[in-house]
Each structure stands twice: as structure tokens, then as C-alpha cells.
Write a protein of this length. Structure first.
Length: 736
């Protein structure tokens, strides 16, 4: 996804493999600009293959696709699956020509689905959109009645009345009102009028606004790093480039940075339906990609998207986002959609970065980096002997690369440009792939007459004619070479400096869940080795703490077992031995028994479930160490069964033991611990164990607010429980 599609990676690798060894060496050692110049000649023979690959990415508007999605949408609508219908009508709209009756029809259909979902405001927006895109006049009464109903639901009585009057007039003017449709509409009309007259409209519906930002946190901003907390300071080293260091102790959950991304691109996501297997296939499918879920520009979640006028893959949350995106970058990217999808997100980010920065700023910094005296700053690890701060010869002061002349860090293209590209550390093959890909983008810009738009950062129509005609040679214009050099630099930087935002991941890498070798492996893409205390301890002690706790014990005397494939009892007097495989099989059987117990619970056979779990527990004690996580799971399940029976004290007792094990394995402030405490709080709450419940709620809140944020449903539920407990009458409190 981040890198180009596999076929193009293979093409580039083949191309690299057959190069003369001398040329390969020259390419590997050449500065970026020089390598690009050589690369232009090498791209030619690969161009046709890349074009074939691009044809698989369907990014244009296709009437057949529009028809397919609209019919699918109608089907889902008929089955009352309104959410799916909204999405499918959106996909249909993206394939219809802009300002056509067809696209208007998509918006009108979508408004009906939105109405059923209770999104009245958005429904009104879609109706307005349908009207402005040329919705067929004869169908208008139906849509206007929906509009009146929305207004009514929103409590806008006057607007609703006005709309109804308009519908009535329209139907009178249209004449004959004998068709079944018209009769139905008339019935609806009179029904709505009665509702208005009687004032019987429902409570004005409030639409949910989920993303209310809370700015309650005290935020002390750093004097020299905009958007950073004062607990941080900015450093520079030859090995790491510009980086942040903690200058004060940092509490878990404390906010450290609030910076808007200089550039962001929506990842198309895995299983991308835009990339079909075969170009001859015209089969459309209803799979959902990120392009259907998030705004192409601001990445907000989409409800009723607005399609780009030119392509089928850019969808926006609002007309404003569509306009801003077009102005800033999309008018250049729009015709390049298939190429950008084929070359992957890193190339896409690189292009958008230079488009946002503008040619003059890009060229200023590229020229600066070509200057010999600045080379080491741009690619610091090549130099190797710089002090931790760098003397800016011009100003005669210490300035960290990327900061302004006053030494202050601010989000800017200059700051992005000065991130380390690690040119020396990437493999020559990888650099070659990136280089060919960037050349492909620039060639395309040159051929399609978009060059002028890129260079001026202004309207694409001005002066593009003269610039582009006749440029079919292998060469790129000097200006495009500058853009290409910057883009190549950005692609190489991205591996170490880009942030991919996926959905909130609760169980991220942590020393309690992952061994040191796995953790270090994750860091290798950043050319970085962690030397934190946890890593050092684990590397030195050679003890695999995670597996130690999840070990077997002797089935004969319960002492610990030692060995690899053959396990021997550590108690010499016992000398019991057994194969690891046997015990592993026994563990598997035990887990199956546990699953069966849970099934019993689901079938409301709680008593049988308890019996089975207790049997599992006896069995587990025979061959698992008391600290084994499965012991905790058994306790957790027992707690669950007792809770369904309303035996709160027993439930709390079992959960308490589970919590001990979770704390041992995952640590006292882990998210796992938070979840267990949350369960305990619920049990104590239900059992009226007021003071215990209150203290458990507080512990759970402290942990979960760090991991899940103060807006999470769990935190809110905890707070509701607390309020409820504090409001209990004294008489009940004294009883407990
Ligand atoms: Zn948006
Ligand atoms: Zn577009
Ligand atoms: Zn570490
Ligand atoms: Zn033994």
C-alpha cells in the first residue's frame, strides 16, 4: 500500500538486475539529482508495462459502474438496509457525469435513505443537491414532500408549510392528478398538513455530533517548538537528525504534540476494489474502501459524500473540502489517479508535498541542498562528525536544520525538507524503484500538460500549451527535475517520518506483549535501535519473561518444568519427564473445554457452565504454572457466570483473582487491567458494594482515560455509575 504495487516493484527489480555493474555502482553513489538524470533514460523501456498496470486502477467515471451501484443501492434500499444504500448511491454518484439528471437522481435516492436513518439535515442537503444538479421536474413533488417532512421533524414549521404550499402549486400546475403516484403524494400532503396544523410534530430531532473537541486539558506550549508541550526540547544529532527529547518527566496520557500534518493522503486501504485483477474485467463489486469511508481532503468520516467532478475516486465530506482540494492539489492529481494508486501512498504523499509547497519554495530548498556547504545537513548521517547542534555559517548562530532563523521550529515545508532521507541506508534497489516511480510521475505531468500547473501553482490553463508541446523525449524540463529531486527525497524520508493513522489500536507494541527481538524488528525500518531500560534489561538478562510466566508445571508434583522439547521436573526427587507436545495438546484440550463452558453459558445453562469451569480449573492446576494466563481466564469466566446469576460477591471474588494475574502479566496501568477493573466496577455496582465500587471506578477511570481517552464509552459509563452511587439515599448506603 505504501510502496508501489508488486508487479511494478518486480519490473523495477528486473530492470535493476540487468544493468551494467558499473552503472549500478554509479547510480547507487550518485546524489539524488544526478541519479534522476540517469533514471530518465532507463524509464523509457519500462513505461509501457507501467501503463498496463495503471489500466487496472479504475479511477475514471464509468456509466456501467454507475448503473451497477445504483441498482445495488435500490436493492439494499428495498431490504431496508439504508446504511448500505447510502454508500452505494454515493458510489453511483461518483461515476455519474457532474451536473446531470443521473447524478441528481443518485442524490435524491440517497436523500431517501438518509431520511430513514434520521439524518434530516444531511437529507435536506442532498435534496438541495439533487435540485441544483437538474433533478427531473416531473419527479420533484415526491422529493419536495420529503423536504417538508424533514423540516417538520427538525421543528421548522414555517419552512415546512412553505414547502408544502410549493408542492401543492406544483401539482396543480402539472394538471392531472389521477395517477396512483399522485394520489399517494396527495395523501401524504394532507397528512403532513394535519401534523403541522395540530402541532403534533415530534421533538425537533437533534443530530448526533460525535466529534466535539474538548480542550479542557491544561496545555503549556513550548517557547521554541510550536505545537509542542513544554516538556519537550528539540535536538539534532548526525545519526537521528532533528528529534524531540523529554526535558521533564512525562505522565502517562499527557499530550505532547498538537500539530496539523503538513501533508496527508488517504490510504486507499487493503483489498482495494479500485485495483482489479484484470483490465478486461468489467465486474464491479460492492466492497468498501477507505475512499468510500473518509473524505479525500480532511479525512473526516463520510456520511453523504460529494464526488469529484473529474474522477470517481476522490470523495469529499463537503463542497468546501472539494473546492479547497481542487485549488491546492487535486486539479493536478485528478487525471493521475490510476498512476498514483499504482505507485503507492509514499509517491502520492511526495507529489502532494511539492504541490502544497509550491515550486518557488521547493526550488529554493533544492538549490540550497545542492550547495556543497549544506550537503551534510541535508543528509546528516553521511557526514558523521557533527556536534549535536549545528553552526549556521550564515547567521553565525546555532540553528537546527529546518528551524527558522530565530531557531524556532514551525510546521513548514522547510521543516519537512530537512527531515533525514537516510540516502545511504536505503538499499540501492529500493532507491532505484523510488527513482523510476518519481520519473514516471514527472513524465506524466509533462505529457498531460500539467507541468505548468505544478510550476505556477496557478490555473492549469495559463501557458501550458507552449511548455508541453513536443516534449516527448526522455528528458524532463529543468524545473520538473527540481520537483523530481524533491519528490525523491520525500519518498525516501517517508519510511522513517510518515505517520500512518489507522483505527485506534488498543494493543500496540509493549514490553508486556512483545519480546525484545520483535520490538527491535519493528524499529528497523527507521534505522533505529532502542536502548531504553526495558530493552537493555531484557537483552542482557536473556530471560524470556513472557514465556516464563506462561509455563507448564510438573503434573506429578507441581514443581516447574525445564527443557525444550523434552520437559523434566525441576524437582530432582521427582524426575518426572514428558514431551512438550503432550502438554501443549493437553492445554489445547483444556481451551476447548473452556469454549464449551462458554457455549453452555450462552445457552443459559449457567449451573452446568460453572461445573465445567471448575473441572477445567482442577485440571489446569495439575500442569500449568499458577501464573499462567489461562488460570486468569478461567477466573474471569467464572466471574462472568456468577454475574449472570446475580451472585455479585462470588463474581467479584473470582474477578479479583483474574485481576491479580492480569496485573502480573500486563502491568498495573495496562489497558487489559483497565478492562478488568471496568468489569469489577460493574459487578460491585450491581451488588451495591458502594465504597468498593467507587474506589474501583476511580482506578478504572485513571487507567482507561489514558488508553481510550476521556470521550470513550467506557469512561462515560463509569462516570454514570459514579453519579448514580453518589446519589443513592443514605438509607441504602447504611445498609451495605
Ligand atoms: Zn472533508
Ligand atoms: Zn478527481
Ligand atoms: Zn526499548
Ligand atoms: Zn515433579
Amino acid at each position: 500500500m505504501a510502496l508501489p504495487v508488486e508487479e511494478w516493484r518486480r519490473s523495477a527489480a528486473r530492470c535493476w538486475a540487468v544493468l551494467e555493474p558499473a552503472l549500478r555502482e554509479r547510480l547507487a553513489a550518485a546524489p539524488l539529482g544526478e541519479a534522476l538524470r540517469m533514471g530518465c533514460g532507463l524509464f523509457g523501456p519500462e513505461e509501457a508495462a507501467l501503463q498496463r498496470l495503471c489500466r487496472r486502477a479504475r479511477t475514471g467515471k464509468e456509466p456501467a459502474a454507475a448503473r451497477f451501484y445504483r441498482e445495488e443501492g435500490n436493492r439494499q434500499f428495498g431490504r431496508c438496509c439504508y446504511r448500505d444504500a447510502v454508500r452505494l448511491y454515493s458510489q453511483a454518484a461518483a461515476h455519474e457525469p457532474p451536473r446531470s439528471p443521473e447524478v441528481a437522481l443518485c442524490f435524491a435516492n440517497r436523500s431517501a435513505a438518509l431520511f430513514h436513518l434520521g439524518h434530516f439535515e444531511v437529507c435536506l442537503e442532498d435534496i438541495a443537491r439533487a435540485e441544483s444538479h437538474g433533478y427531473p421536474d416531473r419527479l420533484l413533488p415526491k422529493v419536495l414532500l420529503r423536504k417538508a417532512e424533514c423540516l417538520l421533524r427538525l421543528g421548522k414549521l414555517q419552512d415546512a408549510t412553505d414547502t408544502l404550499t410549493a408542492v401543492e402549486n406544483k401539482m396543480t400546475v402539472d394538471g392531472i392528478m389521477t395517477s396512483p403516484i399522485h394520489r399517494m403524494l396527495l395523501k401524504k400532503l394532507s397528512q403532513l398538513k394535519t401534523e403541522i396544523h395540530e402541532g403534533s410534530c415530534p421533538e425537533p430531532a437533534r443530530e448526533a455530533h460525535g466529534d466535539i473537541q474538548r480542550e479542557s486539558e491544561i496545555w503549556e506550549e513550548n517557547g521554541s517548538i510550536s505545537g509542542a508541550s513544554s516538556s519537550l526540547s528539540l535536538n539534532f544529532s548526525t545519526e537521528r537528525g532533528r528529534h524531540l527529547v523529554a526535558s521533564q518527566d512525562i505522565l502517562p496520557g499527557q499530550n505532547l504534540l498538537k500539530e496539523k500534518a503538513f501533508v496527508s493522503v488517504l490510504c486507499p486501504g487493503e483489498g482495494d476494489s479500485l485495483l482489479l485483477q484484470d483490465s478486461s474485467e468489467t465486474v464491479w463489486d460492492t466492497r468498501v474502501t477507505n475512499a468510500d469511508l473518509y473524505c479525500h481532503h480532511c479525512l473526516k468520516q463520510l456520511l453523504a459524500s460529494i464526488p469529484c467532478c473529474g474522477c470517481s475516486y476522490a470523495k469529499y465530506c463537503s463542497q468546501n473540502c472539494a473546492d479547497v482540494a481542487w485549488e491546492q492539489y487535486h486539479r493536478t492529481e485528478c487525471p493521475l489517479g490510476a498512476l498514483l494508486l499504482t505507485l503507492g501512498v509514499f509517491c502520492h504523499v511526495a507529489l502532494r508535498t511539492v504541490l502544497l509547497a509550491g515550486f518557488s519554495e521547493v526550488s529554493r530548498l533544492v538549490e540550497w541542498s545542492r550547495d556543497d556547504s549544506n550537503k551534510d545537513l541535508c543528509n546528516a548521517e553521511a557526514g558523521g562528525e557533527h556536534p549535536s547542534e549545528v553552526l549556521d555559517t550564515r547567521a553565525g548562530r546555532k540553528v537546527i536544520p529546518g528551524c527558522n532563523d530565530n531557531g524556532q521550529y514551525q510546521s513548514s515545508y522547510q521543516a519537512v525538507f530537512n527531515l533525514l532521507p537516510h540516502v545511504e541506508k536505503h538499499s540501492p534497489e529500493h532507491k532505484f524503484l523510488c527513482m523510476l516511480s518519481i520519473v514516471a510521475i514527472c513524465k506524466k505531468l509533462q505529457e498531460t500538460g500539467l507541468e505548468a500547473a505544478v510550476l505556477n501553482g496557478e490555473s492549469s490553463t495559463t501557458g501550458s500549451e507552449q511548455k508541453t508541446c513536443g516534449k516527448t523525449s526522455d528528458e524532463l524540463s529543468p524545473e520538473l527535475m527540481i520537483m523530481a529531486e524533491a519528490m525523491l527525497r520525500h519518498v525516501l524520508q517517508l519510511q522513517c517520518n510518515a505517520q500512518a493513522i489507522t483505527v485506534m489500536q488498543e494493543l500496540g507494541p509493549h514490553r508486556c506483549r512483545m519480546r525484545v527481538a520483535e520490538r527491535q524488528q519493528l524499529l528497523s525500518q527507521y534505522f533505529f535501535e532502542c536502548r531504553c531500560q526495558a530493552c537493555l534489561d531484557e537483552l542482557e538478562s536473556d530471560v524470556e519473561s513472557v514465556s516464563m510466566r506462561n509455563s507448564f508445571c510438573c503434573p506429578s508434583c507441581q514443581a516447574s518444568m525445564q527443557g525444550e522439547e523434552m520437559l523434566c521436573c525441576s524437582n530432582e526427587a521427582c524426575a518426572f519427564s514428558v514431551s512438550r507436545e503432550r502438554l501443549s495438546q493437553r492445554l489445547l484440550d483444556l481451551q476447548q473445554q473452556m469454549e464449551k463452558a462458554l457455549e453452555l453459558l450462552r445457552d443459559s445453562k449457567a449451573d452446568e457452565a460453572i461445573k465445567m469451569l471448575l473441572k477445567c480449573q482442577i485440571d489446569a492446576r495439575n500442569f500449568l504454572s499458577p501464573e499462567h494466563l489461562l488460570m486468569g481466564e478461567l477466573e474471569d469466566h467464572l466471574a462472568q457466570v456468577y454475574a449472570t446469576l446475580g451472585k455479585w460477591q462470588e463474581a467479584a471474588r473470582h474477578l479479583g483473582r483474574s485481576i491479580q494475574l492480569v496485573e502480573m502479566h500486563h502491568g498495573p496501568s495496562s489497558v487489559e487491567m483497565g478492562h478488568e477493573l471496568f468489569k469489577l466496577a460493574q459487578i460491585l455496582f450491581n451488588g451495591f458494594a458502594v465504597s468498593e465500587a467507587l474506589s474501583t471506578i476511580q482506578r478504572a477511570e485513571e487507567i482507561l482515560s489514558v488508553h481510550c481517552g476521556p470521550q470513550s464509552t467506557q469512561i462515560q459509563e463509569l462516570q454514570e455509575m459514579k453519579t448514580c452511587l453518589l446519589e443513592l439515599p443514605r438509607s441504602i448506603l447504611q445498609r451495605t
